[in-house]
Design a protein around this ligand. Structure first.
Ligand code: CUA
Length: 158
């Protein structure tokens, strides 16, 4: 079979790009651990208030883990509990959140924290707050008449 020179170049380019893209996805998924949430952590949405750690929402210092604090949030129409929280600057925080009723969003504006909270499931994300200031936690999934008022305040303090 005879291949034109340009066809060959194009074929090599195509295969090389395929290898580059697959390697990028592979390294990201298996080496850097960027994988979609497993949906393995579940909870009875009727019993959120009695189930640890959601029976005590807020910031908690933890020992012997890869993160310094756990920040527990319970969402319900149309608020977050706690409604305000202070976090020390530079702390590595694991955010743990769930919802008691419908699907809510969990976006901390100005950061890359952006999760969906589904009834029956626990959403988690580990992040570090390096910049002091006031951040707004807001709901970015339409959840009803009070959706636009559903916020909480996160203060990163020195
Ligand atoms: Cu909760 Cu929109």
């Amino acid at each position: 079979m005879h291949l034109h020179k340009f066809e060959k170049i194009w074929l090599i380019f195509g295969v090389a790009m395929l290898i580059v893209f697959l390697s990028t996805v592979g390294v990201s998924a298996f080496y850097l651990g960027n994988q979609p949430p497993s949906c393995l952590a579940t909870i009875d949405p009727q019993k959120v208030d009695e189930t640890a750690p959601f029976n005590k929402p807020g910031l908690k210092k933890v020992e012997g883990k890869d993160w310094d604090y756990e920040l527990v949030f319970v969402a319900s129409a149309f608020n977050y509990n706690p409604g305000q929280v202070q976090i020390p600057k530079g702390a590595k925080v694991k955010v743990i959140a769930t919802t008691k009723d419908v699907v809510h969003g969990f976006e901390i504006a100005g950061t890359n924290v952006n999760m969906m909270l589904e009834p029956g499931y626990i959403s988690e994300y580990v992040t570090t707050f390096n910049k002091p200031g006031e951040y707004t936690l807001l709901c970015n999934e339409y959840c009803g008449a009070g959706h636009h008022m559903m916020t909480s305040k996160i203060e990163v303090v020195e």
